[in-house]
Design a protein around this ligand. Sequence first.
Ligand code: UD1
Length: 416
Amino acid sequence: MDKLRITGGRPLEGAVRISGAKNAALPVMAATLLAPGVHTLRNVPRLRDTQTFARVLEILGAKIAVDGDLMTIDTQGVNAVEAPYDLVKTMRASIYVLAPLLARFGQSRVSLPGGCAWGPRPVNLHLAGLQAMGAKLEIEHGYIVGRGVKLKGASFGFDVVSVGATVQLMMAAVLAEGTTVLENVALEPDVTALGEVLLACGARIEGLGSRRLVIHGVAGLRPVDATIIPDRIEAATFAAAAAMTGGSIRLERVIPDHFEAALLKLEEAGCTVRRAADSVAVAGPARPRAVDVVTQPFPGFPTDMQAQMIAVCAVASGTSVIEDTIYLDRFTHVPELARLGANIELKGNVAVVKGVSRLSGAQVMATDLRASACLVIAALAAEGETVIDRIYHLDRGYEALETKLAALGATVQRVN
Ligand code: UD1
């Protein structure tokens, strides 16, 4: 199993090109099922999650070719409706194939994802929304089974803002009979990006970028040539690394508005941030200041940056209070940070972080994707050597992380 060995203490310096967004690529890949034919996707990040999703599509009968960050997906020959447990359990977003399969074939056999490292993560809203649109779904032997489904327009309001359920219902509505009104939808850039791709396929969607979507079903959609938006979480993670190491880096090929909440927090912590049209320069202070953070749906501070922000606060002057309101148990990084010398007290979904003047390298274990990123940036700032085990989590969501960090001057090595 691969590990990362990092010798900390060097400020990151230089420029880094940010990859395409994992969380935007996955729904767009699912949406290709809605329009039989050959789709061209550009700026697709080469990650374990995009590979897993490609595998799911292949099992359904799609043909996929990958050339660097270019992915071609031919969905003409799709003829199966089963997304098996073995794949869905490794990546929850596999459930995104559910609505497209129901829309195209009126049938589905998609495994329920089950829990995850940081709690139950239900899919009740996905199911309730599809049922409101007329889909009779049964849970059989752990699978969501639909038969003879004819999706119809409906009004559905989300009582919790959910990225996944919003994406699922948008894909259900574009080919449904009649008009669907979705209230309290998620505004994450990944949702809007999917909406734009669906529009390019010929869908009729009103209200994109607002909390209310009106979607008029169309009879068919055409294949698309689309470019995946930059990964705002990757960008913000590098910005946090600069903040922690007192470094100075330029994030290239980004959309600064997409991670403005993280940039504002880093400024509050003492960073200097210069925003340009498609790049952002971030310079860290000698030592960050403590900041309080509450995670919120977009445009608020993202839960996917909570762990990395705790790492920054671990070396800040003063005490920070960090609350995750989206995932109440998402704190598996806290005991690992303690091994590096961090002083963090957990009270339910609130972490009270008393900044220490320095962390010291140790052996730690990655537990999930963002927890791993948190340990990497903590290791970059720690004195001495840190070895991070189980970094396959990182490979799910950060493209060529160690290569990008090494180019910024970090001492980092992948060891087997
Ligand atoms: C997506 C992101 C993930 C991010 C999360 C929150 C992808 C592939 N993953 O996950 O990186 O951390 O958004 O920004 O884009 N909920 C329900 N019922 C449901 C669905 C969700 O109660 O049916 C709740 C969840 O428990 C959570 C909240 O809604 O408290 C938000 O979750 P959601 O936005 O759905 O997360 P994902 O789409 O799974």
